[in-house]
Design a binder for this molecule. Sequence first.
Ligand code: M6P
Ligand code: ZN
Length: 172
Amino acid sequence: MIPNLKEPYGKKTYRRLSDLVEYFADRKAVEAILSRDNPVVYEVYEHPVPPEGEHLIFATTVLLSGKVGEEFYFTKGHFHTEPDGAEVIIGMGGTGVVLLQDRAGRCGEETLQANCVVYSSPGYAHRVVNTSKENLVFLSICRADIGHDYDTITTKGFAKKIVEKEKRITTE
Ligand code: M6P
Ligand code: ZN
């Protein structure tokens, strides 16, 4: 049984659609939503620890259900740097996909759901996508001195998109 680490937590971060403008493929759909609203896409609950290799970051993310155009809600996604360590992602509720992409741009995908573990090896960027109608909740664990590289994803993106077409979940 995996404990629900939403409580206690020391830090809560909201990521709204306005924080993700450059990540979604359909910019018109982004602007149309933002003209009415600025929905929360995900929340990260973190227990702060010293940024040292002996410690572990553990964070619970609640990724809401929704789409921007055809594309399902996702986390920004990032590589790790110096050290480029691994991350363990444990599903706690809902259903989705983890995109795992190496620096050469090769992208794989693994299912994430309750009681299921996805391992992001060193050298791989990870993005979680919620393909369900409920919240996708997952716990992530990695070493606390890990560096985060978001720039490579904002400039190059992921090679795969998870979309809904004619009511079917499809990878493009
Ligand atoms: C997981 C971990 C966290 C990350 C969060 C949101 O919980 O990878 O480190 O902050 O997902 O993902 P991102 O940082 O890519 O927005
Ligand atoms: Zn990570």
